[in-house]
Design a protein around this ligand. Structure first.
Ligand SMILES: Cc1cc2nc3c(=O)[nH]c(=O)nc-3n(C[C@H](O)[C@H](O)[C@H](O)COP(=O)(O)O)c2cc1C
Length: 213
């Protein structure tokens, strides 16, 4: 990829306000978008997240009024709800360690040290700290998805403008240990979305990037 390809994608993307409901993401593109979620990095690698792809139009209709009536919820090709794991429990750590043993073809015993570290640092950590930490991890996956979409010239809107508790209720995930924190709508911009023509508002690079010499 050239620097120009990357720069063009960064400038092309914008938080889409109005999607064209007739345009759908192809299966091949969707595979790549999914991969950006599953390959995103997380602290300790534990992936304290999951992603609900809301396909059911009726459910999306129900989500819209608790999302400030934002039309992206119903009009985008794909609507992804980001949920974070509220607590780090021993079962989740065990599941992760088992997965690591399977993928890397190693024994569970050889991972005991890592498992104990996760228990000390995550399972025994204050719940509020884990909640905040888990949410932060989830936004990394969101960033990966947004960037991948831009490179594929798929439009996307990161969204926090909704009632997370109402989402958990509608999605039937209340009390599951997974909580909604953000969403991303994906698809294709409507030709009438005026936002696509607006200049990006960003602080000067000198205000944002400081070199410590
Ligand atoms: C975490 C997050 C939540 C956002 N929530 C919404 C939202 O609910 N609705 C919306 O239209 N835009 C939302 N935005 C889009 C921002 O307003 C937009 O990214 C910002 O103004 C910069 O513009 P750009 O993305 O077009 O470059 C959100 C962005 C982020 C990163």
């Amino acid at each position: 990829m050239t620097h120009k390809t990357l720069q063009d994608a960064l400038e092309w993307r914008y938080a889409t306000k109005k999607f064209d409901p007739t345009k759908k993401i192809s299966d091949a593109d969707w595979v790549q978008l999914r991969n950006s979620l599953t390959l995103a990095p997380s602290s300790y690698g534990v992936q304290p997240w999951r992603f609900l792809v809301v396909e059911n139009p009726e459910v999306r209709n129900q989500l819209k009024p608790v999302s400030w009536n934002q039309t992206q919820v119903t009009d985008a090709s794909h609507y992804v709800v980001f949920q974070y794991k509220e607590k780090m429990d021993p079962d989740f750590v065990q599941k992760f360690i088992q997965r690591m043993a399977d993928v890397r073809e190693t024994s569970l015993e050889s991972l005991d040290g890592y498992k104990n570290l996760l228990i000390e640092n995550l399972v025994k950590a204050p719940e509020e700290k884990i909640r905040v930490w888990s949410q932060r991890q989830t936004y990394i996956a969101m960033g990966f998805l947004l960037q991948t979409a831009a490179l594929l010239r798929i439009d996307a809107t990161p969204m926090e403008g909704f009632d997370p508790a109402a989402y958990d209720k509608i999605l039937g995930t209340e009390g599951s240990g997974w909580k909604t924190v953000a969403t991303v709508a994906l698809g294709y911009r409507h030709s009438e979305d005026p936002l696509q023509h607006q200049k990006k508002v960003r602080f000067n690079e000198a205000d944002l990037i400081h070199y410590v010499k």
